[in-house]
Every structure is written in structure tokens, then in C-alpha cells.
Design a protein around this ligand. Structure first.
Ligand code: FBP
Length: 254
């Protein structure tokens, strides 16, 4: 008997609280190792942090997913289907893993990046149509990273983020992850516009440690379902990373 999509989604988003804490670790592809000099990008380290930090899901590319599947036990594995390196000039994420492959290695959900406003937006939308069908076939929830990439607007501009999140919700992502816009007031506009699906904020570039929890509180108070956070966690030493995850978890449960 296969689990329904609803059941899989409930493993990631607690049905009682409607909240989620996801660890994001696709940065080796997105930004490359030299962006993280001195930080261990060892997948096994990240798996340990995820387990001890009691996250509700971990987003990785398939090569990492294969390696950590056993190590993360019951934590839902979310396989990132799309990728683009920082060395590429074009603002497009192409599909690098099939839904079938993700399913075979035990994915509980799929992640897909859509750059709204990019010159290549139409290609990503077309790929999305295919991926959505495959996700339906395997009952896999689809988590969309809906990020603005417009020449006209700054990527953290509130209206740009509102537009990207709204597009993500309308085109059929089960959960929309987008950039945090920097304040409770502005992010609540994003949630208002797109919040007919759960909205999850990205953690963004590394903050001062003291800024992390107040930021999470603002995200939650804006009405978001939670965070999919990476750099602000695993760019710190292991103990701090785990402690921060547990603190974030407490904020999300309160
Ligand atoms: P962070 O919490 O580190 O921002 O991670 C979230 C994330 O979406 C990653 O999954 C992704 O690699 C990164 O942000 C993309 O950031 P950007 O679009 O700023 O390069």
C-alpha cells in the first residue's frame, strides 16, 4: 500500500500546528564549495545535524540523498530536481534528476526551483508541467522554490517576491518556498497573496547568530508555515547548528 500525497505532506508539515522546519543543503551545486571556505560540506555531517536538530525534512540533490538516506532514518528526504551552478550566466534551473530516480532512492517529496521573471521562465514552466505529472503518478508532494529573477526588480523586493510566491501557488506547488523580505510587515503581504498554500521562507545568507531567532519569529508572525533554512544553520559549528535548529523548532511549535 502506497502512502498518499497527503500523508507524505503531513510528514513534512505537522498537521496540528501547520508548521515545518526544513534543512536546505543544495548549496554545493548552487554556489560551489569556495563560497563556503572553512565549512565542512560533508553530507554525513549535515545528516547528523538534521537528525539531532529534529527537522521535518531535508532538501538535497540526489547524490547526497543516496548517501544520507539511511543516516537520516525517518526524516523525510526531499530531492531537489533542478539545478544550476553559479558559473552559469543564464538564470535557469534545469531538471537534473527525474522524479522516478528520486522515488527510487526513497524521496518523500520533490523540490523544484522556478525563477519567476527570468528570460528562461517559459522553459522552467514547461519542465514544471512534466514534473507535476510525474509527481502525481508517484503521489509525491512538490515543494517549489519560487524566486524572483527579474532584470527589472531586486530579488528581495517585496513586490517581486509577492509575484514569485503567487505564481508558485497558482501553478500548482503544494508548498511555496521563497525569499524572506526582511520584515514581518512585508512578508505578511507575501503570505496574504500566496498563502492558500503553505508558505515557507528561505533562511538566506548567514546572519549574526543573535539575529536568527528574531527573524524566525517575524516569519512565523507574518503567517508563514515555517522555514527551509541552510546557511544560517550548517555554516556554524555542529553544536551551534543543532542548538539553533532546536530553538527554531520551539519557535515554530509555540
Ligand atoms: P538558505 O537558508 O541558505 O538561504 O537556503 C535556502 C536556499 O533556497 C537553498 O536551498 C538554495 O541553495 C539557496 O537558498 C539559494 O539562494 P540564492 O537564490 O540566494 O542563491
Amino acid at each position: 500500500m502506497f502512502d498518499s500525497k497527503k500523508k507524505k505532506l503531513e510528514r513534512i508539515i505537522d498537521p496540528k500546528s501547520g508548521r515545518t522546519l526544513i534543512l536546505a543543503f543544495d548549496h554545493g551545486v548552487e554556489h560551489g564549495p569556495s563560497a563556503y571556505e572553512g565549512v565542512s560540506l560533508n553530507p554525513e555531517r549535515i545528516a547528523r545535524i538534521a537528525v539531532k536538530g529534529k527537522v521535518n525534512g531535508i532538501v538535497v540533490h540526489v547524490g547526497v540523498g543516496r548517501l544520507i538516506k539511511k543516516l537520516i532514518g525517518k526524516i523525510p528526504l526531499i530531492i531537489k530536481l533542478t539545478g544550476r551552478t553559479n558559473l552559469c550566466q543564464n538564470e535557469i534551473q534545469e531538471v537534473v534528476t527525474s522524479v522516478e530516480e528520486a522515488k527510487k532512492i526513497g524521496a518523500n517529496a520533490i523540490a523544484f526551483t522556478l525563477y519567476v521573471g527570468s528570460d528562461y521562465e517559459y522553459r522552467m514552466l514547461k519542465r514544471l508541467a512534466e514534473v507535476k505529472l510525474e509527481c502525481m503518478k508517484y503521489n509525491l508532494p512538490l515543494l517549489g522554490f519560487a524566486y524572483p529573477r527579474s532584470k527589472k526588480l531586486d530579488r528581495y523586493d517585496v513586490d517581486a517576491v509577492r509575484y514569485a510566491a503567487r505564481v508558485g501557488a497558482e501553478v500548482g506547488f503544494d508548498v511555496v518556498k521563497t525569499y524572506y523580505t526582511g520584515s514581518k510587515e512585508s512578508f505578511s503581504k507575501v503570505v496574504k497573496d500566496a498563502g492558500f498554500v503553505p508558505i515557507v521562507a528561505a533562511g538566506g545568507p548567514k546572519l549574526e547568530e543573535t539575529e536568527v531567532i528574531p527573524t524566525i519569529k517575524n516569519i512565523v508572525e507574518a503567517g508563514a508555515a515555517g522555514v527551509a533554512i541552510g546557511r544560517n544553520v550548517w555554516m556554524r559549528d555542529d553544536d551551534t547548528a543543532i542548538r539553533l535548529l532546536l530553538e527554531i523548532r520551539d519557535v515554530l511549535r509555540s
